[in-house]
Design a protein around this ligand. Structure first.
Ligand code: 3HC
Length: 287
């Protein structure tokens, strides 16, 4: 199958990797060559880790050869049968991408979004045929996280749901179907409640972020601390996701710290500094 992934950032490059590992041809599109090159470096690193552990059936080179890099969205991608959009969590930007995809791709191509928080139905307003718009919400890092939420928008057809479900199974992920297009779907309604509560405890001076992370790891048994996870997924992503959900009626504490850090460019692992520091912009386990 030919799959277009739009956006080669934290999620997009990982989704492209997963899709290529499963044997599909991938177009990976972003606005600049530099972003795409950095995405390829991350995919290479990840594939080599998996290869060393015997978790790939092919060489990293063979898998990489199925990923074609595309700057911008142009005719090169016009035979894609499915697109997965993973651009920043901004409604207008996503709508622009969807409107362009409708112009470029075959009429029966599925148009999926990896949004974490924006209603599928609101994104779908950008296209005329909304039956083929659907949510496919992957988790970071896509290559290691099994779960994908498949989210049905108001106008998504049963056929689109079925084909998307089958595709997610074929790329060796475990889908759950979310039939109600509520902000944050299922996972982020739970997760953002935890993150914003942790933030409230820090902002009110009840505990510091390191104490809360120790509680998460050593008492709750989570693989990462809560603030560590925010750094890992992106402080900005968590700011945009929580804001979008709260704007749409989700009742949670508004974490001012996320807003301030985003404005300062303290975005977590990808910028080298968030709640913790990351030399070389790489994730290092916090002890
Ligand atoms: N590709 C390949 N291998 C990878 C990898 C990647 N992208 N990332 C990590 N690894 C490997 C490491 O190299 C390491 O290998 P080793 O054991 O041979 O040395 C192994 O995985 C374990 O990694 P670490 O030792 O660095 O750290 P951990 O044991 O903590 O594992 C983790 C890392 C799997 C990411 C684990 O911490 C985890 O599961 N964290 C929670 C992630 C999570 O909850 N994600 C969902 C976030 S929510 C989201 O994405 C939604 C959005 O809407 C916000």
């Amino acid at each position: 199958m030919k799959v277009l992934v739009v956006g080669a950032g934290t999620m997009g490059h990982g989704i492209a990797e997963v899709v290529a590992i499963a044997g599909n041809q991938v177009y990976l599109s972003d606005i600049s060559k530099d972003i795409l090159n950095s995405a390829v470096d991350k995919i290479k690193w990840s594939l080599s880790r998996l290869y060393e552990k015997g978790q790939l059936r092919e060489s990293p080179e063979d898998i990489l050869s199925r990923i074609k890099l595309v700057v911008g969205l142009n005719e090169e991608v016009k035979d894609a049968e499915l697109s997965i959009e993973a651009v920043p969590e901004k409604l207008e930007l996503k709508r622009q991408v969807f409107s362009r995809l409708e112009e470029l791709l075959p009429r029966d191509a599925i148009l999926a979004t990896n949004t974490s928080s924006l209603p599928i139905t609101e994104i779908a307003y950008a296209v005329k045929d909304r039956r083929r718009v659907i949510g496919t919400h992957f988790f970071n890092p896509p290559v290691l996280m099994q779960l994908v939420e498949i989210v049905r928008g108001k106008d998504t057809s049963d056929d689109t749901v079925k084909k998307t479900y089958d595709f997610i199974v074929k790329i060796n992920k475990k889908p759950i179907l979310v039939n109600k297009d509520v902000p944050g779907f299922v996972v982020n309604r739970v997760l953002l409640r935890i993150i914003t509560t942790a933030c409230m405890l820090v902002e009110k001076g009840i505990a510091d972020h390191k104490t809360i992370d120790a509680v998460a790891r050593y008492k709750l048994g989570l693989p990462m601390g809560i603030f560590e996870l925010v750094d890992y997924t992106g402080v900005d992503v968590n700011y945009y996701v929580s804001s979008a959900m709260i704007e749409r009626g989700f009742k949670a504490y508004y974490c001012k710290t996320l807003e301030e850090m985003t404005k300062k460019g303290e975005l977590g692992v990808k910028s080298g500094k968030g709640f913790y520091t990351y030399p070389d912009n790489k994730y290092v386990k916090v002890n």
